[in-house]
Design a protein around this ligand. Structure first.
Ligand code: COA
Length: 266
């Protein structure tokens, strides 16, 4: 990772990251730890969580707290434990998300509901439960969104609905919490290499090659690309930014959802 993560930009800050055991969220956790923050990661799978924490502790201060973001009680308990361990929260990253590619007629009502509950209810629960433990003014929330929030995409009815909901949570909370000095923004990652989401959406080399060729920046993004944006948004350098949907997608959304669908052979 680049030197920007070693700048001490988040020295003394406390961050709580849902879905932090893997992928983009773990990349953000690593960047925050390197930048001096004390980081709590949360996930459902205890074994995965412990493995991720061990890796983070090589760079600084981190702990794991298991919780299912779909359960308010579970998240509330984890937030309290985080505060007891590290003090008031400065940064909340809502990254827990679900996805599987399926046409609407190939997805049960429960499958649709699962993704909505992890993404939308989970984001609401984490924000709602974190608020009383946040340092005010000065705290911020980063919600992890996706281009599906504004690009209709076949096989993604659940994710399109869910991420549009996540972005509206960002916008409404930015209005409601601005007065007490809490900023709320979304990050919209495009195709990021080596993530579970992308492995599900673009499983073959051929699909990845076609997508790469079509992208304006001609490459998949990296976890570091997203972590750099998260670091900026979480830092005082972004102190006048709230309610923004910050896109980091190599230009993917400029081309509409056709690009993704073509590459996926649909
Ligand atoms: N196609 C159709 N339906 C699927 C499916 C698929 N590939 N995968 C899961 N489902 C359905 C299940 O059949 C079930 O519905 P049913 O009860 O009517 O059969 C429903 O989703 C819930 O599945 P369940 O196994 O109980 O797990 P869950 O509620 O804990 O979560 C996922 C399911 C798929 C949402 C979750 O495991 C997940 O998202 N994993 C991937 C994480 C990921 O990719 N994160 C990155 C996001 S970008």
């Amino acid at each position: 990772m680049s030197d920007v993560f070693k700048s001490g930009l988040l020295q003394g800050k406390v961050a709580f990251i849902t879905g932090g055991s893997s992928g983009i969220n773990l990349g953000i956790a690593e960047a925050f730890v390197k930048a001096g923050a004390k980081v709590v990661i949360n996930g459902r799978n205890v074994e995965k969580l412990e493995g991720a924490v061990k890796g983070l502790q090589q760079h600084g201060t981190a702990m794991g707290l298991p919780a299912d973001v779909r359960s308010y009680e579970s998240v509330e308990k984890a937030m309290k434990a985080a505060r007891d361990a590290y003090g008031e929260l400065d940064i909340l990253v809502c990254g827990a998300a679900g996805n599987f590619p399926a046409p609407a007629l190939g997805m049960s009502s429960n499958g649709f509901k699962s993704v909505l509950e992890i993404d939308v209810l989970g984001t609401f629960n984490a924000c709602r439960a974190a608020f009383e433990h946040m340092r005010k003014p000065g705290a911020c929330v980063l919600n992890i969104s996706a281009p599906q929030a504004y690009l209709p995409m076949a096989m993604q009815a659940h994710v399109c609905a869910a991420k549009a909901g996540v972005d509206m949570i960002t916008r409404t909370l930015a209005i409601e919490w601005g007065g007490v000095g809490v900023r709320v923004n979304s990050i919209t990652p495009g195709p990021i290499e080596d993530t579970e989401g992308m492995n599900r959406l673009a499983p073959s080399d051929d699909t990845r090659k076609k997508l790469t060729q079509a992208l304006p920046l001609q490459r998949f993004g990296t976890k570091q690309d997203i972590a750099q944006l998260a670091l900026f948004l979480a830092s005082d350098a972004a102190s006048y930014i709230t309610g923004s949907i910050m896109v980091c997608d190599g230009g993917q959304s400029l081309l509409g959802s056709g690009l993704m669908l073509q590459a996926m052979g649909m």
